[in-house]
Design a binder for this molecule. Structure first.
Ligand code: SDX
Length: 456
């Protein structure tokens, strides 16, 4: 088991505490404060005199102020715009690391030594092929199927090819499943792309690096060997690093919740892909481009901004649940965009994006709501400049986030405090009432059903 995938138990003693008086009973109870939090279960001691009272719940729709886990993987400071993977600043990783090195770091907690890194690259390289039946599965989709729907169902289908992956507490099984997912998701993604284009699938080329191989499976035509553009390779490597993990975002929370039922990792990852597909999450990069295409010309930007302020939609690629300052990834992506556009030339869409940002960052509507560009605002422009179709942008996000989802999934499994995720609710429905049929049921069910009906 990787030494870093376990979560150390919380500190035993806690000197800090919250004394809270329950005005219903005039009783005061003490809530221990540990690591900046109180335990929600400690609220159960607040009961009214009535013996049936189960005690207080905490109510936090969308978990705006609730920690669902303790994690050592990613640290974010939303006010200071800080993002670190296992303590390493994202700016330094983006500058000098590779996606596979980051994937190892996220899971194991430490950078790999040379032999670990070489072995990991070898293992990933030699697991990039998928079962031929999965290729046929993909060929069954319509020509205009959304690639995220194709990716989601294909990753879920992998569970049927590797039944032993359900032995999730055997490290050997977990290890090979994690290698298979990091290795095969790009292959499936590229196959989805080729299906949309009506082009024959290009199989993995083991002579190429992880990103070069992905671009080869996407773009190779009749040439015997794909010659990747080094600017695009480095740009995609950096974008994969930036998108690899982001603590308890919506899709990671979905992976942790589904994984907490102890289902296989392929099924848990497909839950993450489904959540990422949403336009408020990973689907935002696709929506940014559609928004820019809708604006059409930099002259229309002020009018579009006024529309957003009037509540006619959101400025896609802006805002974040945690970052209340500039998303540090957006800063890096913006620099990357400048490098890529030096190669492909600045286009009017970049001018529209820059004008949207300039106006938004000086307008009180956005400033007062702390709305800054997030990671999705510029990425779409880079992907588009690399000739990826708009509907494919979120697939690129999913390739990268697979590394983070896997690290978070394993950390959840190894965390002794975790159980199956099963939140409570505040019931606001009807009180008990007797059933009285209102309509005539054509096919009687229940006691009147004939005893041999089940045998028909
Ligand atoms: C990602 O969680 C993560 O870490 C996600 C992510 C990751 O790496 O995993 O970082 C990736 O998903 C980035 C976010 C991509 N989504 C978008 O760009 C879509 C546009 N952004 C918003 O939908 C929104 O900002 C969210 C969903 C990102 C965050 O929403 P919150 O935290 O729930 O904030 P909110 O919706 O309560 O908004 C607060 C106020 C509201 O105004 P009021 O009701 O107070 O008047 O800000 C407004 C919102 O209407 N607002 C926006 C806005 N985002 C929020 N107004 C205009 N444009 C926007 N983009």
């Amino acid at each position: 088991m990787s030494k870093a995938s376990t979560v150390e138990a919380p500190p035993a003693t806690a000197t800090d505490a919250l004394d809270a008086r329950d005005t219903r009973t005039d009783q005061t109870h003490t809530l221990a404060i540990k690591e900046g939090a109180i335990r929600a279960s400690d609220l159960k001691q607040f009961k009214t005199d009535d013996g049936d009272d189960p005690g207080l719940l905490s109510y936090d729709p969308a978990f705006l102020n609730t920690a669902a886990c303790r994690s050592a993987i990613t640290f974010i400071d939303g006010d200071k715009g800080i993002l670190r993977y296992r303590g390493y600043p994202i700016e330094q990783l983006a500058e000098s690391s590779t996606f596979l090195e980051v994937a190892w770091l996220l899971r194991h907690g430490e950078l790999p030594n040379q032999s670990e890194y070489d072995q990991f690259v070898h293992d990933i390289t030699y697991h990039t092929y998928v079962h031929e039946n999965l290729r046929k599965f993909l060929e069954g989709f319509r020509y205009d199927a959304h690639p995220m729907a194709m990716l989601n169902s294909s990753v879920a289908a992998l569970a049927s090819f590797y039944p032993s992956s359900r032995n999730i507490f055997e490290e050997r099984e977990r290890n090979i499943s994690m290698i298979r997912l990091v290795a095969k998701v790009p292959t499936i993604a590229a196959f989805c792309y080729r299906h949309l284009k009506g082009l024959p699938f290009v199989y993995p080329d083991n002579d190429l690096s992880y990103v070069e191989n992905f671009l080869s499976m996407v773009a190779r035509m009749s040439e015997p060997k794909y010659e990747p553009n080094p600017i695009f390779v480095r740009a995609l490597e950096v974008l994969f690093i930036l998108h690899a993990d982001h603590e308890q975002n919506c899709s990671t929370s979905a992976v942790r919740a589904v994984g907490s039922s102890h289902v296989d990792p392929f099924s848990a990852m497909s839950a993450g892909i489904a959540a990422l597909f949403g336009p408020l999450h990973g689907g935002a990069n696709e929506q940014v481009l559609r928004m820019i295409e809708e604006i059409g010309n930099v002259r229309n930007v002020p009018q579009y901004i006024e529309g957003v302020k009037a509540g006619k939609g959101k400025l896609m690629g802006f805002g974040h649940r945690v970052y209340k300052s500039y998303d540090p990834r957006a800063r890096i992506v913006k620099k990357l965009a400048d490098q890529v556009f030096e190669v492909v030339g600045v286009d009017k869409d970049l001018e529209i994006a820059l004008e949207l940002e300039r106006i938004a960052l000086s307008d009180d509507y956005f400033i007062s709501r702390k709305l800054y560009p997030n990671v999705d605002f510029y990425t779409g422009l880079i992907y588009r400049s690399m000739a990826f179709p708009t509907e494919f942008f979120t697939v690129l996000f999913a390739i990268a986030r697979t590394a983070g989802w896997l690290a978070q999934w394993e950390e959840m499994l190894m965390d002794k405090e975790q159980k199956i995720a099963r939140p409570r609710q505040i019931y606001i429905g009807s009180a008990e009432r007797p059933y009285e049929a209102i309509v005539q049921h054509r096919h009687a069910a229940g006691p009147r059903m004939q005893k041999d009906a089940l045998r028909q």
